[in-house]
Design a binder for this molecule. Sequence first.
Ligand SMILES: C[S@@+](CC[C@H](N)C(=O)[O-])C[C@H]1O[C@@H](n2cnc3c(N)ncnc32)[C@H](O)[C@@H]1O
Length: 289
Amino acid sequence: MDFDSIRRLSQDEFKKFADLIYSESGIFMKDSKITLLSNRLRRRLQLLELETFAEYFDYINNQRDRSVEIEQLLDVVSTNETYFFRNERHFDALINNCLPEIASKKQDRVLRIWSAGCSTGEEAYTIAICINECLSLFPGWRIEILASDIAHSVLDFAKKGVYSGRRIEKVSKDRLDRYFAKVPDSEILYTVKDNLRKYVSFSRVNLFKDPFPRNIDIIFCRNVMIYFDNLHQRVLVNNFFSSINKETGFLFIGHSETLHSISEDFSYVKIKDAPVYVPNQRLREYKEN
Ligand SMILES: C[S@@+](CC[C@H](N)C(=O)[O-])C[C@H]1O[C@@H](n2cnc3c(N)ncnc32)[C@H](O)[C@@H]1O
């Protein structure tokens, strides 16, 4: 079937899909996203050889287990833009401040970092690079980077760990040599080495349906909240507060995101030039430093 022969969603169809996506993932689609959503859904229609959006909506609802197709739907509608060392100031703060502070404070010798909404894995592997660069602070520690996303396709990509072009543009030559190997017979593809892979585990977590990991020292949830409305942002950050270690926790969000009017549990601190949030309990200690 010809991709272009499928017209744009009608207002009515758009509302039905937008409501379904919102209730299943918290992703809020404004009316202005009608063309974007039409284009993304077309991919799924084509694959299923369906001719209209109405047929696709019925197809979802007529499945014995609706959740299987809903996962596919969320896969095509999510926005997955990411790259290594996105917003570098965060990683400078991680290496120079957050990791040394945690290393000096924690007695249990366990470091747990969560990349929530990890997309294709660049954020999680960038964190692994930072840890490698201050590994001497963590002798005998168990180090875990949990990386999760709602979309299966990006998690599959992340597990393969093969990158090129813009995705690795900000990785220095030195780091490229240390942490990546060239894919044989390719001039442009690089695969992450075991010295990064060994810290990272990928899994599917829908931030509004699945349980959260506990005792997390650092949460990265960058450029994810922008897709949710205020109500879902509040729920999310409230759940992050339950997950985070109150003595050592840091929460990193994207540079166009804020917790202002979203949460009273976290306070904003500036570490060097990086905006970071800490549980309120830690604010005084931070002000004293
Ligand atoms: C733009 S990417 C951000 C990637 C990375 N954190 C960064 O800043 O470069 C946003 C990711 O959030 C994921 N996402 C959206 N809604 C989600 C939800 N309800 N649960 C889990 N992940 C979700 C999307 O699948 C997408 O991969």
